[in-house]
Design a protein around this ligand. Structure first.
Ligand SMILES: N[C@@H](CCC(=O)N[C@@H](CS)C(=O)NCC(=O)O)C(=O)O
Length: 406
């Protein structure tokens, strides 16, 4: 009899925690692959899972739970292995929670900036990756020390702590820890191998394929020639303790504010675009007022499309880029679309930018090198530009999602 099902996307390792716990407890919990950004945003889904996030559990009795650890705990507590997985006294229970929470907390940021960036879900930022590598090494060393004298994290059997830790480490072992990089942690490796060879883990993870050679992101991600970076204004010395974004702004007047006044007012355009139908109203307005001397149009393509997988992850990548573009809001407007489908998509779109170069506010983001900015004239791009404005299918590919930078 079904105990419940978990909505998530394929490959969501936090979801595996509950699925493995279900195997130990002999409960039938199924995985329901959903289309991210669509199925998790419907009114029905949001009524049960208000943050619109996965994994999302629905019991056969209709009971619902979100947050992967809460789901795993509920499943573990409901099955026949409750005492083994969660402990039968409060001290053991607290220690299990301690490892469940601490390992995922310690690793969650690093998996995003290092592993997910390698997989193309997030932009590559060399400094952040280097910090993440240091952080991960620290966690691995701590765990290696723990397993010097222990077989499992708590007690002498697999608990939810081990299940959670294996799931948190899964992407590191499969994507970045090649033999050379896992060699310094023999005790941790032994524990990981022990866990993944338990039938309950195997039933969910299958045969774990260890990383053979750590991939590196080539330095080839240099900015394209045509988008030469204007000389950076000297940043003022930061006052101690002043971390506000304003403190990072150059003190001199921005060169873009010194350009001759333009008849095209970017703010007006942004308002008009937001408040009117794109076709034909906003598009006609744009071309009627556009000033090619005061502004430039840029065709924007992601350089690593072959590494994109789920369309919702490509959308998240665009969302992150736009957040980090905040300082450019006064000078830029753009649309980036996710074209195609899961496991075959690309990020593509257009920007309109004050002046004739890509300004510092855009080129200085960590994401910028991952995008190719190509300057276009109206004649070269009008048809495609209009379709991007309207979030229509372009380049013969279905528009799966779009985001506007305004
Ligand atoms: N701490 C949460 C994280 C949940 C979460 O952030 N899920 C992401 C996918 S990894 C999500 O559903 N995002 C929704 C979206 O991007 O639409 C958990 O472990 O369940």
């Amino acid at each position: 009899m079904s105990f419940g099902s978990i909505a998530a996307y394929k490959g969501s390792t936090p979801t595996y925690k509950a699925l493995i716990a279900a195997k130990y407890g002999k409960l039938d919990v199924s995985l329901k692959n959903i289309e991210m950004h669509k199925d998790n945003k419907t009114p029905e889904f949001l009524a049960k899972f208000p943050f619109g996030k996965v994994p999302a559990f629905t019991g056969a009795d209709g009971y619902t739970i979100f947050e992967s650890s809460a789901i795993a705990q509920y499943v573990a507590a409901s099955g026949s292995a409750k005492d083994q997985l969660l402990g039968s006294d409060i001290k053991t229970q607290a220690q299990i929670t301690q490892w469940v929470d601490s390992i995922s907390n310690e690793l969650q940021h690093s998996v995003v900036v290092w592993v997910y960036a390698l997989l193309g879900y997030y932009p590559w930022n060399a400094d952040a990756v280097s910090r993440a590598q240091t952080d991960v090494k620290r966690v691995l060393s701590v765990l290696d020390g723990v397993f010097l004298s222990r077989t499992f994290l708590v007690g002498d059997k697999v608990t939810l702590a081990d299940i959670s830790a294996v799931c948190a480490l899964y992407h590191f072992y499969t994507v970045v820890l090649d033999p050379e990089h896992r060699a310094p942690y023999p005790n941790l490796n032994r524990w990981f191998e022990t866990c993944i060879n338990q039938p309950e883990f195997k039933a969910v993870l299958g045969e774990v394929k260890f990383c053979e050679k750590q991939p590196t992101k080539p330095q080839a991600k240099a900015a394209p020639k045509e988008a030469s970076k204007p000389a950076k204004a000297a940043a003022p010395a930061k006052e101690a303790g002043d971390e506000s974004p304003a403190a990072e702004k150059p003190k001199e007047k921005n060169p873009l504010d010194l350009l001759p006044k333009s008849s095209f007012v970017l703010d007006e355009w942004k308002r008009f675009y937001s408040n009117n139908d794109t076709r034909p109203t906003a598009i006609n307005w744009f071309w009627d007022k556009f000033d090619p001397e005061g502004y430039s149009i840029w065709r924007v393509s992601y350089r690593y499309n072959s590494e994109l997988t789920q369309t919702f992850m490509s959308s998240n990548l665009v969302g992150g880029f736009f957040q980090r573009l905040d300082r450019a809001r006064k000078y830029a407007f753009g649309n980036l679309l996710v074209l195609g489908e899961n496991n075959n998509n690309e990020i593509f779109g257009y920007f309109v930018i004050r002046g004739q170069d890509v300004p510092f506010e855009v080129s200085d983001t960590p994401d910028y090198p991952s995008f190719e900015f190509t300057k276009m004239t109206k004649d070269e791009c009008k048809e495609e530009f209009d379709a991007v404005l309207a979030w229509e299918d372009v380049k013969g590919k279905k528009c799966a999602d779009g985001k506007t930078f305004k």
